[in-house]
Design a binder for this molecule. Structure first.
Ligand SMILES: [Zn+2]
Length: 71
């Protein structure tokens, strides 16, 4: 189950939410574990940050992609 990073708009707390893709599409309701606020925004994933903030397409494969690339 994928994890999503969220930051609370009210208190600034960052937290992770695990949800299935189906739940995410249906409209995931997140609740801040610190203050209980429902207003939180999704943060970029750690993987995206490591690539300089750009999202890397998983369909792009190269000689250094390693095992498991493209299924
Ligand atoms: Zn909060």
């Amino acid at each position: 189950m994928p994890l999503y990073d969220y930051q609370c708009n009210k208190c600034g707390e960052t937290f992770e939410v695990s949800a299935t893709i189906r739940e995410k599409i249906a409209g995931l309701e997140v609740v801040c574990p610190k203050c209980g606020s429902h207003k939180a925004r999704q943060l970029l994933t750690t993987a995206a940050v490591l690539h300089g903030g750009k999202e890397v397409s998983p369909s792009v494969c190269g000689p250094n992609s390693g095992a498991g690339c493209c299924g």
